[in-house]
Design a binder for this molecule. Structure first.
Ligand code: ATP
Ligand code: MG
Length: 274
């Protein structure tokens, strides 16, 4: 079960996120990044955040803590932006909260480093969940207190948008050429040997159990939220067994522009700005 908290104050929108997540405070005195059920991306994005985020955390990858964040749209009444107002109005009830990491910086492969073992674990995990959103253009990795954190698993498990063909997609190869960590010689084979045996049916079922019923109910072809949870478990279990050998890692481009501000590159790495 994820912690269940209630939003008490809408602080600010995070405009760099396509789904317009918000920073909110909650009744446990925590600060969260809130992802809304009423966002255009739909509730499957939130299902993916929970299953993949919880799976990553159970595998020892760093993902900020997740919570179910109850929203009474009334807390946004003073919000001047009509786009934010509409989002809050459409999102009453349970939403997704992710612990906000204050002062975190976006990972930039030209300013930060990681080793082949960690890069391999992240690439293997992204292959398992079919993550298309960890490219050098949009890394969805943060650096906080000197360590790398994984965020934003909404655009994963593409097969859950078409369940009749999901089983056939389980063994599909993963092209990591555009992956933000492709330049760090990711040890994918080592990661597969370490992580694949740990992706058991029990582990996957525990991650799927953390998804609120409300986000799973009513999926065509499934008569209960638990039936749908089992479907996620089956595909991921099958994929975990085979994907390690179906990952292509090739560095596609030598001239990827740095996205970090100059002071980050100079201060943190001693590298001259490029
Ligand atoms: N837990 C967090 N702590 C601090 N900052 C965060 C956190 N989660 C997200 N952010 C910031 O908010 C931005 C948007 O978050 P996120 O990528 O999850 O949203 P999104 O709407 O799914 O984005 P995208 O446009 O990639 O689909 C991140 O790039 C990051 O700068
Ligand atoms: Mg993002």
């Amino acid at each position: 079960m994820l912690p269940h908290v209630t939003a008490t104050r809408y602080v600010a929108p995070l405009r760099e996120g396509g789904s317009l997540p918000g920073i909110v405070e909650a009744d446990d005195l925590g600060t969260y990044v809130m992802k809304f059920t009423g966002a255009g991306q739909g509730r499957k994005t939130l299902v993916a955040e929970v299953i993949c985020g919880q799976l990553a955390r159970r595998l020892g990858l760093r993902v900020p803590e997740l919570a179910v964040l109850e929203l009474d749209p009334v807390i946004g009444r003073g919000e001047p932006d009509p786009e934010v107002q509409a989002l809050l109005k459409a999102s009453g009830g349970p939403n997704l909260g992710m612990d906000f990491l204050p002062g975190a910086l976006g990972f930039d492969p030209l300013a930060f480093e990681t080793d082949p073992a960690e890069a391999g674990r992240v690439v293997w995990f992204d292959a398992l969940i079919n993550n298309v959103d960890r490219s050098w253009r949009n890394p969805n990795l943060l650096v906080w207190h000197g360590r790398m954190w994984l965020i934003d698993h909404g655009a994963t498990m593409i097969w859950h948008h078409n369940w009749p063909s999901a089983a056939a997609a389980a063994g599909k190869a993963y092209d990591a050429s555009d992956h933000v960590l492709a330049t760090f010689a990711p040890d994918v084979a080592g990661a597969a040997a370490e992580l694949a045996p740990r992706v058991t049916e029990e582990l996957l079922a525990a991650a799927a159990a953390d998804v609120p019923d409300a986000w799973l109910a009513g999926e065509p072809g499934f008569d209960s939220p638990d039936a749908l949870r089992r479907a996620y478990v089956e595909v991921l279990l099958e994929r975990a067994a085979v994907i390690g050998e179906r990952i292509t890692v090739g560095e596609r481009s030598a001239d990827k522009p740095s996205q970090a501000p100059e002071w980050v590159r100079v201060r943190l790495n001693g590298k001259a700005p490029q």
